[in-house]
Write a protein that binds this ligand. Structure first.
Ligand code: FAD
Length: 468
C-alpha cells in the first residue's frame, strides 16, 4: 500500500547513535529510513540531556565566576535572573541543533518517519504515525532506542513536584528547597544549576562518595566546593519514603547522615540512573535477545544475535554516553555497508560538567587497586600552575597513571575547570600508546591548564621533583 516503505537500512531512534548511523549509512550509499517518536531529531542528548544541561551550566559558571572575582577588585552584585529568557535561550540552542539535524537528514535523503516503531519480524517494523500505521520493510536494522530515567517504585511519581532530569531541564521555576536523590553526574550537574539560581539544595547518595566509581582524590575538590554551595550532602544515606503533602514533598531518610526528622521540600529531583529501552521495541518479535534489564547484547561489529539487526548507544550497555553512541553508530553503518569496522576503543572518557569539572579515562586508581594492576602515579597539583592561580582555581589536580615497566600511559584523571576539555589529550595519548617521555617532551603552550598534563608526565619521568 501507499504506507509501505521498503528500505535497505532502517534506524530505530534518532538520538546521537541513531542519527549518526543513519547519516553514515546514507553517506555510504544506502537507502535509509530513520524512525523517531519525537518531531525533533537528536534524542535525549540534544533535547533533554547533554546540550541543554551544558547550556544551563554555562550560565551557572558565569554567575559563580563573577561572584569569585572580588579578590581582584571586581564586584558585580547579585545577578538578576529572568527565568523565561533563560529557558528560551536554552531552547534556542537545542532547536538550532535539532533543526540542523533535520536539514542534514534531508540533504542526505534520509527519510524520517515520525512515530513509535515496533518490530514485527526480522525484516519488518511498523510505525504508529499521526497519519496512521506505516510499515517499513528493511534489509538491515539498527536499534538506537536509547534509555530513560529510572523511576523509584513507591515514590509519588505522578506528583509534578517529583521530577527527573527532563523536568529539571524544563526550568519551570526555582524551587526554594530541592532535594537531589542521587549524587552521580546528572544529579550534581542539575544541583549545581539550581543552587546557582538560588535554590537550597540537599543531595542524598546511597554510596559513601559522590560520583561513585570515580577516584576519591578527584572528587574531593568538587565535594569541597559543593559543600559551600549546597545546603547538605548526605552520603551513605537513602530515602525511605516520600509523602506528597499540600505544602511540599515530605522526605524520610535512613542511614549514616540522615537527618533526625523528615524534611519537606518544594521539589525532589530523582537522578538515580537510567534504564535501557530494549524491552519497548518488540525486539523479541524479530528474534533479538534482550536481557532482563532491557539491554541488547552486541558483538564488536555492533551486531545482535540476529545477523541483519544491529544495536548501538545506551541500549547496548554502559557507559551511557553520547560519544560512545556516535562511535558505535559509525561502526554499525560501516559494517552494513560491507566495510571492515570494529568498535574497539581502549577507553571511553567520562566527564562531570560540575564546578569544578571532573574527567577521567582509561585505568582509574580505584580499578587498579581492585584488580591488583601495577601502576605508577604522577599527580600535578594545580596550586603549582601559574595559569590555575591566575584564574583563581588552584584546587585542581592532574593525575596520570603509567605502566611501571614501559612508562606507557594507562589512565588519567583531572579535576578542575575545563577538565572535560583537557582529558582529550590523554585519551589520544592512550590510543597512540604514548609514554611519559612522549607527553613530557611534547611542547605544551605556556601558561595553560593543558600544561599540567605535560608537568605530570615530567614528574613520572623524574625530570620534575620536589614540586611543592
Ligand atoms: P537516545 O539519545 O536515548 O535517543 C533514543 C531516541 O530513540 C529517542 O529520541 C527516542 O524517542 C527514540 N525512540 C526510542 N524507541 C523508539 C521507538 N520504538 N520508536 C521511535 N522512536 C524511538 N552523555 C554525554 O556523553 N555527555 C553529557 O554531557 C551527557 N549529559 C547528559 C545529561 C542528562 C540530563 C541526561 C539525561 C543524559 C546525558 N548524557 C550525556 C547521556 C546521553 O544523553 C545519552 O548517552 C545519549 O543520548 C544516548 O544516545 P542514544 O542514541 O543511545 O539514545
Amino acid at each position: 500500500g501507499a504506507l509501505d516503505i521498503q528500505t535497505e537500512v532502517v534506524v530505530l531512534g534518532a538520538g546521537p547513535g541513531g542519527y549518526t548511523a543513519a547519516f553514515r549509512a546514507a553517506d555510504l550509499g544506502k537507502k535509509v529510513v530513520l524512525i523517531e517518536k519525537h518531531s525533533n531529531l537528536g534524542g535525549v542528548c540534544l533535547n533533554v540531556g547533554c546540550i541543554p544541561s551544558k547550556a544551563l551550566l554555562h550560565s551557572a559558571a558565569i554567575i559563580n565566576e563573577a561572584a569569585e572575582i572580588e579578590h581582584m577588585g571586581i564586584s558585580f552584585g547579585k545577578p538578576k535572573i529572568d527565568l523565561d529568557k533563560m529557558r528560551a535561550g536554552k531552547d534556542k540552542v537545542v532547536s538550532k541543533l535539532t533543526q540542523g539535524l533535520a536539514a542534514l537528514a534531508k540533504q542526505r535523503k534520509v527519510e524520517v518517519v515520525n512515530g513509535w516503531g515496533q518490530f514485527e519480524g526480522p525484516n519488518k517494523i511498523t510505525v504508529d504515525t499521526p497519519e496512521g500505521k506505516v510499515t517499513v520493510s528493511f534489509e538491515n536494522a539498527i536499534i538506537a532506542c536509547g534509555s530513560r530515567p529510572v523511576a523509584i517504585p513507591g515514590f509519588p511519581n505522578d506528583d509534578p513536584r517529583l521530577i527527573n532530569s527532563t523536568g529539571a531541564l524544563a526550568l519551570e521555576d526555582i524551587p526554594k528547597k530541592m532535594l537531589v536523590v542521587g549524587g552521580g553526574i546528572i544529579g550534581l550537574e542539575m544541583g549545581t544549576v539550581y543552587a546557582t539560581l538560588g535554590s537550597q539544595i540537599d543531595v542524598v547518595e546511597l554510596q559513601s562518595s559522590l560520583i561513585p566509581g570515580c577516584d576519591t582524590d578527584l572528587v574531593r575538590p568538587l565535594q569541597k566546593r559543593l559543600k559551600d554551595q549546597f545546603n547538605a550532602i548526605m552520603l551513605d544515606t537513602k530515602v525511605t519514603e516520600i509523602k506528597a503533602q499540600k505544602g511540599g514533598l515530605k522526605v524520610t531518610f535512613e542511614g549514616k547522615n540522615a537527618p533526625d526528622k523528615s524534611v519537606v521540600y518544594d521539589k525532589v529531583l530523582v537522578a538515580v540512573g537510567r534504564v535501557p529501552n530494549g524491552k519497548l521495541v518488540g525486539a523479541d518479535l524479530a528474534g533479538v535477545n534482550v536481557d532482563e534489564r532491557g539491554f541488547i547484547q552486541v558483538d564488536q561489529h555492533m551486531r545482535t544475535n540476529v545477523p541483519n539487526i544491529f544495536a548501538i548507544g545506551d541500549v547496548v550497555g554502559n557507559p551511557m554516553l553520547a560519544h560512545k553512541a556516535t562511535h558505535e553508530a559509525k561502526v554499525a553503518a560501516e559494517v552494513i555497508a560491507g566495510h571492515h569496522a570494529l568498535f574497539d576503543p581502549l577507553t571511553i572518557p567520562s566527564v562531570a560538567y560540575t564546578n569544578p569539572e571532573v574527567a577521567w579515562m582509561g585505568l582509574t586508581e580505584t580499578e587498579a587497586k581492585e584488580k591488583g594492576i601495577a601502576y605508577e602515579k604522577a599527580a600535578f597539583p594545580w596550586a603549582a600552575s601559574g595559569r590555575a592561580l591566575g584564574i583563581g582555581r588552584e584546587e585542581g589536580l592532574t593525575k596520570l597513571l603509567f605502566d611501571p615497566e614501559t612508562k606507557r600511559i594507562l589512565g588519567a584523571g583531572i579535576v578542575g575547570v575545563n577538565a572535560g576539555e583537557l582529558i582529550g589529550e590523554t585519551v589520544l595519548a592512550l590510543e597512540m600508546g604514548a609514554d611519559a617521555e612522549d607527553i613530557g617532551l611534547t611542547i605544551h603552550p605556556h601558561p595553560t591548564l593543558n600544561e599540567t598534563i605535560c608537568f605530570a608526565a615530567e614528574m613520572a619521568e623524574g625530570s620534575i621533583t620536589d614540586l611543592m
